[in-house]
Design a protein around this ligand. Structure first.
Ligand code: ASP
Length: 325
């Protein structure tokens, strides 16, 4: 018995020594950050800003890889099966929680296929249309969309995207079924909105603020309970008559299950530094958002958030009765 205990002790000591040395030297090479949506979209914008600052702290380059499709589930699935060696990370958003219910068959378990690094930011959404969309305010927009439900088109980034969630909530609020046009991200959806090929979408301020300010698209409402400092004239959906319409898009960084805790802690420390960087704070403010606090940019906080958000959105999704196979 004592012999086995010694052996076990030795084995545990070896593992500890290896992971300790690993954590000490980590990272030794480039890190791949998977963004499960197209380049140029809102998640990509957040990821590139954060990746640049985290790279500076880690002393190794974080390279963003866009793996769009199926509302973010393709990219997340890719990371779920990647080597848990600290060199593949995922930057995903609220879709991590909604896809757990939206997809009857998902190749991975959102809650258990990953380790957690930390929360990054929480981004408000806006309901925006092509520049020449006729209604003048949000109330007439809702009436117009409802009256023309057979012909109005709404863009989204696929089932599981934030634009899908917000669009689904909007359709259910106005009791209309619209034709949706899915993209691999709202980056390309914005291109089509600017070109007038699609009528409207619900998208994050990180993708819409500059277009709204530039007058290249028409904005009707913001989806948070309070107006935004950066777009003070834009009414909230709630004040325009959609009681309880409240959605904002939290983002987090994950690693594949089995990634050493010391690595996740190291990444979390770099994330906290990046979020405190004045350039990041300023750029986020220009885009209508703010960095998560240091306390939230931790593995425990992200884990707790995802755990709370899966049942929260399950109630909404089950009520809407929308699922993907
Ligand atoms: N966040 C997605 C993107 O970056 C869009 C979405 O979730 O609606 O394209």
């Amino acid at each position: 018995m004592a012999f086995y205990k010694t052996l076990l002790g030795l084995a545990a000591g070896t593992v500890f020594a290896v992971s300790g040395a690993f954590a000490h030297s980590y990272p030794e090479r480039q890190i791949n950050m998977v963004v499960p949506f197209s380049a140029g979209g809102p998640t990509d914008t957040v990821a590139r800003l954060i990746a640049e600052k985290m790279s500076a702290d880690l002393g190794q380059q974080i390279v963003v890889e866009n793996v769009g499709g199926a509302g973010g589930t393709l990219g997340a699935g890719k990371v779920a099966t990647a080597e848990p060696d600290g060199y593949t990370v995922l930057l995903h958003h609220i879709g991590m929680a909604t896809s757990a219910t939206l997809y009857r068959k998902l190749a991975y378990d959102p809650l258990n296929a990953f380790e957690y690094v930390g929360l990054v930011t929480e981004v408000p959404m806006t309901i925006v249309a092509r520049k020449d969309f006729p209604p003048g305010d949000f109330k007439s927009f809702m009436d117009h969309v409802k009256a023309n439900a057979a012909t109005v088109t709404m863009a989204n980034a696929g089932i599981g995207a934030a634009s899908h969630l917000c669009g689904m909530m909007f359709m259910s609020a106005i009791e209309a079924q619209l034709t949706t046009v899915p993209y691999k991200g709202t980056g390309p959806a914005m291109t089509d909105l600017l070109g007038g090929q699609v009528d409207f979408m619900c998208d994050q301020t990180t993708n819409t603020t500059e277009q709204i300010k530039g007058g290249t698209i028409k904005a009707y409402a913001v989806t948070t309970p309070a107006r935004l400092a950066i777009l003070p004239d834009l009414p909230t959906a709630i004040e325009s008559g959609l009681a309880g319409f409240d959605v904002s898009v939290w983002h987090g960084i994950y690693t594949p299950k089995g990634t050493p805790a010391a690595v996740n802690e190291r990444l979390s420390a770099a994330l906290q530094k990046a979020l405190a960087n004045p350039d990041v704070v300023a750029r986020f403010a220009e885009l209508g958002t703010a960095p998560s606090s240091a306390a939230d940019a931790t593995p425990a906080a992200l884990n707790a958030r995802l755990e709370a958000e899966i049942p929260r959105w399950k109630t909404v999704i089950d009520k809407a009765g929308v699922y993907a196979d």
